[in-house]
Design a protein around this ligand. Structure first.
Ligand code: PMP
Length: 469
């Protein structure tokens, strides 16, 4: 047993009994390893020493309404008065949520609930292989779809590993990695060529319609149209992974914004403002292949699927997104942030491209134009990207100080918060420049895969490298 001597900090106690002291990759941040969070509300969280941070990390994206939304929490408390997990048949809330999702998301005829986004993307690939009897999956450099083996490669890669298989983990069978083709995002010619060569073996194409796991790459309309076209022609399943884009950008997801309808859609994050729920929905003929349907072949299960508390959280979140001007608010503040940051960097003489969409913003430290492919992001000055974000907490602001991470605005953020963000960014960037810029961070600043023992550059800790979330 490993009890801690009295006086030991919570962070030290965590490291004794939790590997690395945290419960998910990319939560242990170089330079901030003593951070322990004890309270969150609205646009803020507080650490164990009582310091306040305005939060733009937003737990990688779920709390679109802000932390601890009172309406969502009230719905969870209310259902707890009458129901908890029974694990047989279906509950009233699950029916209502499925009907709501089928009504909102264009591709969804039928839908299944999971506890996480990774489970949703795992099952999307499994059912695609079941439906087609094919082996290959296509994914894109820079996209993250969860922790499971088929998609655990080529999220954030070092320059010399872009275009070659670059796993984010050891312990994956090579034949699983070999069954995934990685293409460049927004590269229509690469998609056409892959289908020309392998079309009859491609079970599915999975894509983040906006690759937000590397900040923000906006899709060319003809790229998404080419994916739709090639999948239809080859009989492959097109999967939009809308775990980030769903609900955050539009109640109908990116598919409603783009007008391109996939065969399957995966959802998570903003669906329940932070309560743990994901969903996989799509065409009825594909969804009916899951073993929840009597006699169907694609096994699907989960003890916590459809838990009444998280279903109530999702219903309350979606109701609020529909009934209140949430999107109008976060889009307006997002525009203010992007314009304000552009001005700040220009004033300071720093080369930067400020981009994003709606409530999501990111500043890449490079000259224009706005990046369209992952390769463009290789020009980002990672030292500056991480360097000023490591200084933001001194100014009461939190944006995750890891390379290429996006930031998020919630319904709880205010115009005054935006003013403070702009001032804090100005100060943090000026301090970073004054400290000699970026060289102090050279050891941790670059991007890399997580392969132990290789010379990739994801920082000292494998769990800090290469992944998304
Ligand atoms: N897909 C995308 C696009 C994601 O961003 C994430 C999480 N960052 C996932 C899937 C996996 O979701 P989860 O972490 O809930 O398993």
């Amino acid at each position: 047993s490993r009890s801690a001597p009295s006086g030991t900090s919570l962070a030290e106690r965590a490291r004794r009994v939790i590997p690395g002291g945290v419960n998910s990759g990319q939560r242990s941040i170089p330079g901030l390893t003593d951070l322990v969070i004890t309270r969150a509300s609205g646009s803020r969280f507080w650490d164990a020493d009582g310091r306040e941070y305005t939060d733009y990390h937003a737990a990688f994206g779920p709390p679109l309404l802000g932390h601890n939304d009172p309406d969502v929490n009230a719905a969870v408390a209310a259902v707890g008065q009458r129901l908890d997990l029974c694990g047989v048949a279906v509950t009233d809330g699950e029916v209502e949520l499925a009907e709501t999702l089928a009504g909102l998301i264009p591709s969804i005829d039928k839908v299944l609930l999971t506890s996480t986004g990774s489970e949703a993307t795992f099952h999307a690939l499994r059912v695609s292989r079941a439906a087609t009897g094919r082996r290959l999956v296509v994914k894109f450099q820079g996209c993250y779809h969860g922790w499971h083996d088929s998609v655990s490669l080529n999220v954030i890669s070092a320059p010399d590993r872009v275009g070659v298989p670059d796993p984010i983990s050891t312990g994956i069978l090579p034949e699983v990695l070999d069954a995934t083709l990685v293409l460049r995002f927004n590269d229509v010619a690469a998609v056409r060529a892959a289908f020309a060569e392998h079309g009859a073996d491609i079970a599915a194409v999975i894509v983040e319609p906006v690759p937000h796991n590397v900040g923000c790459l906006l899709p060319d309309q003809e790229f998404l149209a080419a994916l739709r076209d090639e999948c239809t022609r080859a009989g492959s399943v097109l999967i939009f992974d809308e775990v980030i884009t769903g609900f955050r950008h539009d109640l109908g997801g990116w598919q409603r914004i783009s007008g391109i309808t996939p065969d399957l859609t995966t959802l998570g994050k903003a669906i329940a403002n932070g309560y743990p729920i994901g969903a996989l929905g799509g065409r009825a003929d594909l969804m009916d292949l899951f073993s929840t349907h009597p006699g169907a072949p694609a096994f699907f299960a989960g003890t916590y699927n459809g838990h009444p508390a998280v279903v109530a959280a999702a219903l309350a979140t979606l109701t609020k997104l529909r009934d209140e001007p949430v999107h109008e608010h976060v889009y307006r503040l997002g525009d203010r942030v992007r314009a304000g940051l552009t001005e700040v960097f220009a004033d300071l003489g720093v080369d930067a491209v400020v981009t994003g969409y709606g409530s999501v913003f990111v500043s890449y430290f490079m000259s224009g134009p706005v990046p369209r492919t992952y390769d463009d992001l290789l020009r980002n000055d990672a030292g500056m990207f991480i360097g000023y974000r490591r200084r933001l907490p001194e100014h009461g602001i939190f944006e995750l100080p890891l390379n290429l991470k996006r930031s998020h605005i919630s319904y709880a953020h205010t115009d005054a918060d935006v003013d403070r963000l702009l001032e804090a960014t100005r100060a943090a960037v000026a301090d970073t420049l004054a400290a000699g810029g970026v060289t102090e961070l050279a050891g941790t600043a670059t991007m890399g895969g997580a392969q132990a023992g290789t010379a990739t550059m994801g920082g000292a800790l494998p769990n800090a490298a290469g992944g998304g979330s």
